[in-house]
Design a protein around this ligand. Structure first.
Ligand code: SF4
Length: 337
């Protein structure tokens, strides 16, 4: 049958050869509620349910692994039609806020040196329905989902048309109805993608994995910086902010001895000037294949004090989801083979 997620009632009617528009609308509403087994769509006639059930379920993927850590973060391994497995995570903050962390690609071509997903290389872009289905699987864990972050596997702006389609579906007020301000797209700094994002005029929040504001260091940690310089990125962010008036988040994965120096703090403060921005400090999560380490508490304190002195607004995030390799830059390598 294939997935009916990501398409509108008219397309559902055509795909299923339904007689009436209202039947397609009923199915569309069930799908938004996380029900994809036709037999469970109880406002359809029994005869129709049984005949639809003969074609199989209306979802293309299945959950093949789940794990939970001590913070309550739940990670799902989701197998797609072609057998590839991607991951998504339901993160929970200390205040109880839940965020669905979704993947936009299987693997990633960006090759950030501190990221486990980057070691997989890009396998392929996810289709809109494969992105939406991750949300559905997380929703079916039974928790209310407060927000969505595109921070799982992949670079969302390298798969922007499909990500935008998924966002439109998740936003639809007649369906899942998540407001744009509850969605965050995170990029490693694809400048044309940020500009395209402005042109598409979809006012979701933007997070940038900045890591460091020192160009040479950023180039050595994040190959994308060789193509899109920090200067070009800053210009694009100014444009984004003029267009949407939204605060931007800079994600800084802090790696011991690499980007926690006073020079990093100073340059970061200079880079934030002219932008309404909050810096999210995330201590690096050690990954078996990668040769970096987490900063010590003293190192973190020293860096934070430097930011305090420089007047940089920041939050310190202790990577929730760390215990299940579900934290920033940790997804999916376990399924590589
Ligand atoms: S940090 Fe993000 S952009 Fe960089 S390799 Fe990992 S998934 Fe890709």
């Amino acid at each position: 049958m294939g997935s009916l997620y990501g398409i509108d009632p008219r397309a559902i009617r055509e795909r299923l050869g339904l007689e009436k528009d209202y039947q397609a609308r009923q199915i569309w509403r069930w799908l938004a509620k996380g029900v994809y087994d036709p037999l469970k769509m109880t406002d359809l006639s029994l005869a129709l349910r049984q005949s639809l059930a003969g074609g199989g379920s209306f979802i293309s993927s299945e959950v093949v692994a789940r794990s939970t850590d001590e913070t309550g973060a739940m990670k799902l391994g989701v197998r797609m039609e072609d057998g590839q497995v991607i991951e998504c995570v339901l993160l929970r903050s200390e205040s109880g806020h839940t965020a669905a962390c979704l993947s936009s690609q299987s693997g990633c071509a960006m090759g950030c040196r501190f990221c486990r997903t980057g070691t997989m290389k890009l396998l392929r872009n996810l289709r809109p329905y494969e992105i939406i289905e991750q949300y559905i699987h997380l929703m079916n864990l039974g928790e209310e989902i407060d927000s969505i972050v595109f921070m799982g596997m992949g670079e969302p702006l390298a798969n922007l048309p499909n990500v935008l389609e998924a966002i439109a579906y998740l936003h639809n007020p007649d369906g899942i109805n998540l407001s744009h301000r509850k969605m965050t797209v995170s990029t490693c700094g694809i400048v044309p993608g940020i500009r395209q994002f402005c042109r598409a005029d979809v006012p979701v929040k933007l997070a940038v994995s900045l890591v460091t504001a020192i160009q040479s260091k950023r180039e050595s940690l994040m190959p994308v910086a060789r193509t899109f310089s920090l200067g070009a990125l800053h210009d694009a962010l100014v444009q984004y902010q003029k267009h949407f008036g939204r605060r931007i988040t800079f994600e800084c994965c802090l790696i011991s001895g690499i980007n926690t120096t006073d020079a990093d703090a100073r340059r970061l403060a200079e880079y934030c000037a002219g932008l309404d921005v909050i810096v999210n400090l995330i201590p690096y999560n050690p990954g078996a294949e990668l040769d970096f380490s987490t900063p010590t508490d003293e190192e973190l304190e020293r860096f934070c004090s430097a930011l305090d002195r420089l007047g940089v607004q920041y939050t310190r995030r202790f990577s929730r989801g760390r215990g299940i390799s579900g934290a920033c830059g940790q997804l999916a390598v376990s399924y590589r083979d």
